[in-house]
Write a protein that binds this ligand. Structure first.
Ligand code: NAD
Length: 448
């Protein structure tokens, strides 16, 4: 695992990425559809019952050197990521159901598969959650912690982390809980000191997801956010992330419609095809759909979904093509479909001399089947970041934007949404930390 000293973008590559020795503990906040599909899926893969389709860490390769060298190892053989056999799960939920019961309720995986995994899944029982219905209107939690203030609740989560740490070697936390109401950063989020004071005074700007994140980062535990909640997207928690070498990344798993948007929009832009309108609608019948039926939770999701097109199209650079796009997003709760989301996009585009055309996309996807491998990859890559000297104390891991609808960046930087640029950034980061040459795709050397 030794890496050469090499410069990339003015940065020195790290000396050595620490090996993934021992058990990796994964603490999941919210044991719902996505979380249980990830956990059951990992166990199914460990038992050889299925393949980890959709997971870059498990199935992806990375090209090294020139195209003529034919060297493309598996990513997991190139960088020291934790072996799935070393992953141990625990988590919190506002309901008492164990992971088997929760997975059966979510009804993503079929009964036969779940039956085979039942003895294992039943052993994972949620810890009582930090919850307040003010932040998720449609849920009524029964399995929740009580505390005299938010500081007390954070301390209880810290105690949970410390207990779990006794049984494993390293820990990562991921939020797979429900989408909270839309919150904008306020004074309490501007510094760690203000945030810690706010915990004691029960500041209304501090939602449960921020309490979990604070607890994780305080303990040096990397934190990923699968929902569009504000959570770690604040100066206070970025400060804590850097201070305690606990990596963080952006928010909201990039799964169905936004995944497609960040593939199609760069294609239109690359060919200088104009866009006048983009209408996206969905039907979704799982608990996530029910939570998003509340206007305040929907607002959080809408903000997260809207951002991508604006950044990809750069209307300020291409006013003739993209300055007047009408972009509309609807999510409709429709119980009969459960987790099987159906999404429609109508895209009004225009070409040579302004002649209009239309593209229709009808994606019949399975929400949690798309999200589970993303959750797994985020956990494994954040653990890798924590063991990488050049990454662990920089706070935001922008190279993980690939997985997220709302990438987080250093102040003043616009987020990169183009899926293929994100993919290149991710793979170049892996090459960089391992001391391999970056790949620029210039390719002139083949014609010397
Ligand atoms: N599935 C996807 O494709 C996808 C894509 C992007 C984002 N997401 C987001 O991921 C999250 C999970 O999605 P899901 O489909 O699994 O939803 P879900 O409703 O099935 O699961 C969420 C779970 O979180 C629990 N929960 C809520 N608040 C909690 C708290 N404060 N502490 C602990 N547990 C809490 C709920 O009880 C529930 O079991 C949602 O926020 C969703 O918007 C999902």
């Amino acid at each position: 695992m030794a890496t050469k000293k090499k410069s990339a973008g003015g940065r020195k590559a790290s000396s050595k990425v620490a090996p993934a020795k021992g058990k990796l503990g994964v603490m999941v906040v919210g044991l719902g559809a996505v979380a249980t599909t990830m956990i059951a899926g990992v166990e199914a893969v460990r038992r050889g019952l299925a393949k980890p389709i959709g997971s870059l860490t498990q199935m992806g390769t990375i090209r090294l050197g020139k195209r003529t060298e034919n060297k493309s190892p598996l990513i997991k053989d190139f960088v020291p990521i934790a072996d799935l056999n070393d992953v141990v799960f625990t988590g919190w939920d506002i309901f008492k159901d164990n992971v088997y019961e929760a997975a059966a309720h979510a009804a993503v995986l079929d009964k036969e598969t779940l039956a085979k995994l039942k003895p294992y899944l039943e052993t994972i029982k949620p810890l009582p959650a930090v919850f307040d219905q003010y932040y998720v209107k449609r849920l009524h939690g029964t399995h929740v912690k009580k505390g005299k203030n938010k500081r007390d609740l954070a301390d209880q989560v810290i105690a949970d982390i410390r207990n779990f740490k006794k049984t494993v070697d390293r820990v990562v936390m991921i939020w797979a809980g429900s989408t909270e109401i839309f919150l904008e950063p306020t004074a309490v989020h501007q510094s760690l000191a203000a945030f810690e004071k706010g915990l004691k005074t029960d500041d209304i700007g501090i939602a449960p997801s921020q309490i979990y994140a604070y607890a994780a980062l305080s303990e040096g535990v990397p934190f990923a956010n699968g929902a569009p909640n504000l959570t770690v997207d604040t100066p206070a928690l970025i400060e804590l992330s850097k201070k305690n070498s606990a990596p963080i990344c952006g928010k909201d798993f990039k799964t169905g419609q936004t995944f497609m948007k960040t593939v199609l929009a760069p294609a239109f832009k690359a060919r200088m095809i104009g866009v006048s309108g983009w209408f996206s609608t969905n039907i979704l019948g799982n608990r996530d759909g029910e939570v998003l039926d509340d206007p305040q939770s929907f607002k959080t999701k809408e903000e997260s979904k809207l951002g991508s097109l604006e950044y990809i199209f750069q209307p300020e650079l291409y006013p003739d093509l993209y300055k007047d796009i009408y972009h509309k997003i609807r999510i409709n709760y429709y119980p009969p479909r459960g987790d099987d989301k159906e999404a429609w996009d109508n895209i009004d585009i225009f070409g040579w001399l302004g002649y209009p055309m239309q593209l229709k996309v009808n994606f019949l996807c399975r929400d949690s089947i798309l999200a589970a491998p993303i959750a797994l990859d985020l956990v494994l890559f954040l653990d890798l970041a924590k063991r990488t000297p050049s990454l662990k104390s920089i706070g935001i891991q922008e190279w993980l934007s690939f997985y997220l609808k709302s990438p987080q960046t250093a102040e003043g930087l616009y987020p990169e949404h183009d899926l293929f640029i994100q993919s290149m950034k991710l793979k170049n980061t892996l090459r960089h930390i391992m001391g391999a040459d970056l790949i620029t795709h210039l390719g002139l050397e083949y014609y010397d």
